[in-house]
Design a protein around this ligand. Structure first.
Ligand SMILES: NC(=O)c1ccc[n+]([C@@H]2O[C@H](COP(=O)([O-])OP(=O)(O)OC[C@H]3O[C@@H](n4cnc5c(N)ncnc54)[C@H](O)[C@@H]3O)[C@@H](O)[C@H]2O)c1
Length: 491
């Protein structure tokens, strides 16, 4: 409800020169009554029966490419879900807050009470995720029209492939799950030496390949300069395209090189770590570290596309898998709902978990590309995490390992004892550190949070957790509490 399905079907149909089919409108036409009246007169079960019949008919009748807008509850029917397998199902993402804002005065029978509405929204998320082939991040009304070529490509391609459409002020792009990108004659591949050996093999052997030494230590201006100059010596222009294959370091580096080389060229990301697949490949943040601080120099540069392949994780070392798990837990805490339930059950990081994490990140970035507000929630666990990384010169912990410790500090600062215990167990089970190396000085870590890029004057705002799915940013934390939360990590 309130996602904009009717308008989207209308806009798509107009673009395709066809007529939209709208299940709710068709039901009202046949019943000679509004949906509210049908609910009041015949009850919900009778409505659902009629809805199932009408939807099955419309799905059968729809010609190739003709958009059909379904009512929000239509997919509760197993027969409808079965019939949808022959179609490309597009989920228009909408937060419960936006949905409520749009639906509350609509007179719809299930939009009278806000708590009940939210509960209904939450209860349907898992079904929607299960049935959808494509996900359009909540954005402006035209997002689905801009996504249309990608949706058509999806409809014509392999059934197992899924698509998430990213929207943001800086541009839209497709995130493909289950396909490699095609390389063009002007493309240049950027990777690190480990990924080149473990993942790339002979793939795109014809495409020029630039690699640098694996690891955070390489995320420097010196490496960027080497890549800029290698591109220049190969005669690369702004019409060339970078295909970045690797983890977050490759993505941040190649993205930064793409953002700055000749003032900007396109980049396609093929993330090969869990960190990159659930987080860093989306949202357009690119950059390098300085000795003074992590990610201190960079640019926003949205990718042209992202291609997520589960198979590439097969060669990922166990410690890197664990490091990625910290970002999964962070994302699940932000998302709440089915993703949190799945993660807290100890479920492995499979394709569905990666997709759900990606959708969470895309939703946040769509609302706030440049950290002006909501995007700061993605920093959960990162304020102390980054401070630990900076304080140890990026050498002692992997990013995800530092985030593991940072999450525990953030949950302590949130006053979430029980949740902290649960998260600690999850992190420990994944092989992540839950105790800070005793050789590290907690007061130095606390002091290093003051160098955080998000600091405002003397204060570094924190992201705190009220409950899974209810995360707040811009929170003031007293210096003594911060120090105590880091000291506790050594107990
Ligand atoms: N831009 C963003 O929004 C964002 C978000 C989160 C993290 N980051 C950045 O990401 C970086 C961390 O990313 P990461 O954890 O992916 O680290 P990483 O890129 O260093 O990869 C970890 C290690 O795994 C190797 N590797 C990668 N894929 C492999 C594969 N499939 N098989 C075998 N080995 C493989 C790499 O060579 C490297 O040695 C940090 O610099 C962090 O700041 C950026």
């Amino acid at each position: 409800m309130g996602a904009g399905k009717t308008s989207a079907a209308r806009d798509v149909a107009a673009r395709l020169g066809t007529e939209p089919l709208d299940a709710d409108a068709e039901i009202e036409l046949r019943a000679g009554a509004s949906i509210g009246e049908i609910f009041a007169r015949d009850g919900e079960p009778a409505f659902r029966e009629l809805e199932e019949r009408v939807v099955l008919e419309l799905l059968d009748r729809a010609s190739d490419g003709q958009p059909v807008a379904l009512g929000g509850g239509a997919v509760l029917s197993e027969r409808v879900r079965e019939a949808l397998r022959a179609h490309t199902v597009v989920l228009l993402e909408v937060s419960h807050a936006t949905a409520w804002q749009r639906a509350q005065h609509s007179g719809r029978p299930l939009a009278h009470d806000r708590d009940a509405f939210e509960a209904l929204w939450a209860s349907r998320q898992a079904v929607y995720a299960d049935v959808a082939d494509a996900f359009i991040a909540e954005g402006d009304r035209q997002a689905v029209v801009r996504a249309l070529p990608a949706l058509q490509q999806l409809a014509a391609g392999e059934p197992a492939v899924r698509l998430a459409w990213a929207t943001s002020a800086g541009g839209d792009y497709p995130v493909w799950f289950g396909t490699w990108p095609d390389a063009g004659s002007q493309d240049v591949l950027i990777s690190d030496d480990r990924v080149a050996g473990a993942v790339l093999g002979d793939w795109l052997a014809e495409t020029p390949r630039l690699t640098f030494a694996a690891g955070e230590e390489s995320k420097t201006l010196a490496t960027a300069e080497g890549l800029w100059r290698a591109l220049a010596s190969r005669g690369a222009t702004r019409r060339s395209r970078i295909i970045a294959v690797g983890g977050g370091v490759v993505g941040d580096m190649a993205g930064f090189v793409a953002a700055s080389y000749q003032r900007g060229m396109p980049v396609v990301h093929v993330p090969t770590t869990i960190v990159a697949q659930v987080d860093s490949a989306y949202g357009g943040k690119t950059g390098v570290d300085l000795p003074e601080g992590k990610n201190y120099v960079g640019a926003y540069h949205q990718p042209e596309a992202v291609h997520v392949l589960h198979d590439v994780l097969a060669t990922l070392p166990e410690e890197e898998r664990a490091a990625g798990y910290a970002e999964v837990v962070k994302t699940a805490l932000i998302a709440g709902g089915p993703l949190w339930e799945r993660v807290r059950s100890g479920a492995p990081v499979d394709e569905d978990v990666v997709l759900a994490c990606a959708r969470t990140k895309l939703g946040v970035v769509a609302a706030d590309e440049r950290d002006g507000g909501l995007r700061q929630v993605l920093n959960l666990g990162h304020t102390v995490g980054h401070a630990i990384e900076t304080e140890t010169r990026y050498a002692r912990y992997r990013h995800g390992e530092a985030v593991s410790l940072g999450l525990l500090a953030a949950l302590r600062l949130s006053g979430q004892d029980e949740l902290r215990g649960e998260v600690r167990t999850l992190l420990a089970a994944a092989g992540l550190p839950t105790e800070l190396d005793p050789a590290i000085d907690p007061s130095a870590v606390a002091a290093a949070t003051r160098a955080d890029k998000k600091r405002v004057g003397e204060d570094t705002p924190f992201v705190l957790v009220r409950a899974p799915g209810d995360v707040v940013f811009g929170q003031h934390v007293a210096a003594a509490d911060l120090l105590a939360s880091v000291q506790e990590l050594q107990r």
